[in-house]
Write a protein that binds this ligand. Structure first.
Ligand SMILES: NC(=O)c1ccc[n+]([C@@H]2O[C@H](COP(=O)([O-])OP(=O)(O)OC[C@H]3O[C@@H](n4cnc5c(N)ncnc54)[C@H](O)[C@@H]3O)[C@@H](O)[C@H]2O)c1
Length: 182
């Protein structure tokens, strides 16, 4: 396989179906020759993600990851270590906030919705980066996805805008820590 990602191994976190942005990213990476692995959130999404992994030649590399569950990170680390040995890139394409926090007034955001949005959409990047760090090959890359609602008011984006601002800031702090290691 030729292409700018030939011989590179990538973990794609955040495919729910073939309309997910992560699906498009995976497709572009595959075209460029990458070997991929995928995660799915839960049993109902597993049914959709497995055929997608098969489409990308990654049938044997599909793992469960609910980023709210610490034990899933450890299991993922062990599985990736065993099956792939190392990683050249990770795509973090994960976000969630309770539906009622994504409508109406931002001032009504509950503490629970705020914490959930931050945990699933922001802390997950930190935990994923830290867990996978020992498996990252030299010059590896970690990618995450943000939106304009982090820096500007966007109707109904609400707590997700705050989460994206925190995500962007997390990228800068992670870059400082991880840049030193290449
Ligand atoms: N759709 C857009 O217009 C848009 C614009 C800018 C940025 N983004 C960002 O792109 C990323 C992907 O969004 P998308 O539009 O492809 O939607 P999507 O619903 O296809 O992807 C979101 C993914 O997050 C996963 N997820 C949610 N909770 C999880 C958890 N607890 N553990 C593990 N995974 C969990 C879902 O399973 C899903 O695969 C998100 O970060 C989103 O904020 C989307």
């Amino acid at each position: 396989m030729s292409g700018i990602l030939a011989g590179k191994k990538g973990l794609i976190v955040g495919v729910a179906n073939n309309r997910s942005i992560a699906y498009g990213i995976a497709k572009a990476c595959k075209v460029q020759g990458a070997d991929l692995a995928f995660t799915f959130l839960n049993e109902s999404l597993e049914k959709r993600v497995r055929p997608i992994a098969e489409e990308f030649g990654a049938k044997e590399r599909v793992y469960e990851l609910d980023v709210g569950k610490e034990e899933h990170f450890n299991a993922l680390f062990n599985a990736i270590k065993k099956d792939l040995g190392g990683l050249d890139f990770i795509v973090h394409s994960v976000a969630f906030a309770p539906k009622d926090a994504l409508e109406g007034e931002f001032i009504q955001t509950s503490k629970q919705a705020f914490n959930t949005a931050m945990e699933i959409s922001v802390y997950s990047l930190i935990e994923l980066s830290r867990t996978m760090l020992p498996l990252l090959n030299p010059n590896a890359a970690i990618l995450t996805l943000t939106y304009l609602g982090s820096v500007k008011y966007v109707t109904n984006y609400n707590v997700m805008g705050v989460a994206k601002a925190a995500l962007e800031s997390s990228v800068r702090y992670l870059a400082y820590d991880l840049g030193k290691q290449g």
